[in-house]
Design a protein around this ligand. Structure first.
Ligand code: SAM
Length: 335
């Protein structure tokens, strides 16, 4: 890296970029999307070449970890070309980790290719091990296909972490089943507190809010929880279960107890850069990207954006205004 790294006004180095490569998805998870989504016109999306250029500039400015997300990243046409292109930054040592968050539906097709591109660990979103409930919550998904994808990922040598959204009255009764399955399969497991987005009536939404504090207390009735000091710069906290040695994560995006160590920014598939999970402030990078084939203006735009990264965010789950903001923001940034 020859340039000054990206440091925000609060002395946090920006080393983690989360990139949404598409707004499309082959599932319609009820807490995430409406069933009949209108997706962005293709011209709005960054091309794979543009995504490469943007990511490569971030890497040149000190980003060491790239997480690819969506929509569903593996439904983007030609996406392996992009992973393959990013692997050159792993080979050069500039990038330390290339990873993705996926619903798992396409892993049978792509797991080996991902491993060949240098991907070592992936996150797979899976909220239930019950076939009927899986079909209900994802609307269009099939559990068997995802489990088969996870098998393929393991066979390709990828470490799999399961992300499960905690939904009251939906997967509460599967807490131990999910935990034990992950232990048996050797997957780390992270629970995510549900955020106010997606297509649900407000009454149902409040009904589905299952605070992770409660989930954690229930885990403690069966296992011995040992707090881990692990910090990722993001909204996750970890414990180890003494009985199985398993690492369990808790992501509470609506709290702001992680802002002081925040090392990340998120890029949408249209080139908008969001500096904070909880704030609407964003910078358009597509205009400078398309304005010139040279990278000077683009890098300046990135630096200007980072100079506006806020100190932190402060959610109130019940505040109507935040709900509206989250809906718009998250549907483009990939959760
Ligand atoms: N399609 C990929 C997947 O399924 O992982 C990547 C995108 S998805 C939006 C990323 C993560 O956000 C998934 O784990 C999903 O469960 C989570 N997510 C979506 N809507 C959420 C919500 N309202 N609250 C909490 N997590 C949510």
């Amino acid at each position: 890296m020859s340039e000054m790294p990206l440091i925000d006004p609060f002395a946090r180095a920006i080393s983690y970029l989360r990139v949404s490569v598409t707004d499309r998805c082959d599932f319609r998870c009820a807490y995430c999307m409406t069933e009949h989504m209108t997706f962005l016109p293709k011209a709005e999306l960054l091309t794979l070449e543009e995504l490469d250029r943007l990511c490569s500039n971030f890497i040149a400015l000190g980003v060491e970890k790239l997480r690819i997300t969506g929509g569903e990243p593996l439904v983007r046409k030609g996406i392996m070309t992009f992973f393959d292109a990013m692997s050159r930054h792993l080979a050069s040592g500039a990038l330390r980790e290339l990873t993705l968050t996926t619903n798992g539906s396409q892993l049978r097709k792509y797991a080996a290719d991902l491993a060949a591109c240098g991907v070592k660990r992936i996150n797979v979103s899976l909220d239930t091990l019950d076939e009927k409930k899986f079909a209900e919550i994802t609307r269009w998904g099939r559990l068997a296909q995802v489990l088969d994808g996870i098998e393929a990922a393991k066979a390709a040598g990828l470490a799999v972490k399961i992300n499960a959204v905690a939904l009251k009255g939906f997967n509460e009764d599967e807490l131990f089943r999910l935990t034990d399955w992950c232990a048996a399969e050797n997957h780390d497991l992270t629970f995510i507190e549900v955020m106010p987005m997606g297509d649900m009536g407000e009454a149902q939404r409040i009904d589905q809010y299952w605070p992770l504090r409660d989930l954690r207390d229930r885990l403690a009735t069966r296992y011995t929880l040992q707090d881990l000091p692990d910090r990722t710069g993001g909204p996750a906290r970890y414990v180890r279960l003494a009985e199985s040695g398993q690492r369990i994560g808790f992501i509470t995006p609506l709290t702001h107890n992680f802002c002081e160590s925040c090392n990340r920014v998120r890029l949408t598939c249209t080139g908008e850069l969001y500096m904070c999970l909880g704030q609407e402030d964003m910078a358009d990078l597509r205009a400078p990207l398309r304005a010139s084939p040279g990278d000077t203006a683009l890098r300046q735009a990135i630096r200007n954006a980072i100079a506006h990264k806020p100190k932190g965010h402060d959610f109130d789950y019940t505040r109507q205004v935040v709900k509206g903001q989250m809906t718009r923001h998250m549907s483009h940034t990939g959760g």
